[in-house]
Write a protein of this length. Structure first.
Length: 225
């Protein structure tokens, strides 16, 4: 029992920092780009910050990831409190809305790429056997390796799920910003049914069929697996 608790706490320590960084960076990017395009709402509400206290969502940042971890889910997922954006303030209209929406997933892609570099650097150190000559390096390399690998997987999962083309996910807002006006209105009208559509896709197993190939491609490129 004690060993299980110890292992769980160790997992929390490995996963917490990459998860928090991923969800906070995603939301901060939305707010930062919105500000650059004319909407200061996020800045005025103190949301363009990496202070975790203003971003933590009790369900999405704490309860859901911990529950998935306890259930040994194949991957973890979570979210932070959405950054408020007043799209009416944006210069450039719907195109600017698309830029705000895509900034979050692009930030996660950037974090995934940086984490992949750290992951491959540790793998290279192990492969050359150089790291084994220093006990200090071994004690540092293992948690860095685990955190970097988790960061890649989590950021890719967060990016791919958010790019799914159904509002209120970022992919739906990107479509709304780029499609011709009549089609954009039709996509935007789906927002009231967006979560129902997603839940139906999950319940029928189609969610995994749609997303798994994309996830596998990114993980194969970034982690070499």
């Amino acid at each position: 029992m004690t060993a299980s608790i110890s292992e769980f706490l160790r997992s929390i320590s490995i996963f917490a920092l990459p998860l928090l960084l991923a969800v906070m960076a995603h939301e901060v990017a939305h707010g930062w780009v919105a500000e650059k395009l004319g909407d200061p709402t996020a800045r005025l509400m103190g949301r363009i910050t990496f202070n975790p206290l203003v971003h933590i969502d009790p369900v999405g940042t704490v309860i859901l990831p911990v529950a998935l971890m306890l259930m040994n889910a194949p991957f973890l997922f979570g979210w932070a409190k959405p950054v408020p954006v007043n799209f009416a303030n944006l210069r450039g209209g719907r195109r600017s809305m698309a830029w705000v929406a895509v900034s979050g997933p692009l930030t996660n892609l950037m974090l995934a790429c940086l984490s992949a570099l750290a992951y491959r650097a540790v793998v290279l150190l192990y492969a050359t056997d150089w790291i084994h000559h220093s006990g200090l390096l071994v004690s540092i390399a293992e948690p860095v390796f685990l955190m970097a690998r988790f960061s890649v997987v989590f950021n890719v999962v967060l990016m791919v799920i958010n790019l799914f083309p159904v509002p209120p996910l970022d992919g739906g807002r990107i479509l709304t910003g780029l499609l011709p006006r009549n089609w954009a209105y039709r996509v935007a009208a789906l927002e009231r049914y967006g979560m129902i559509i997603i839940l139906l896709l999950i319940a029928t197993g189609m969610w995994g069929n749609l997303l798994d190939p994309v996830l596998s491609l990114f993980l194969r490129v970034l982690l070499g697996r």
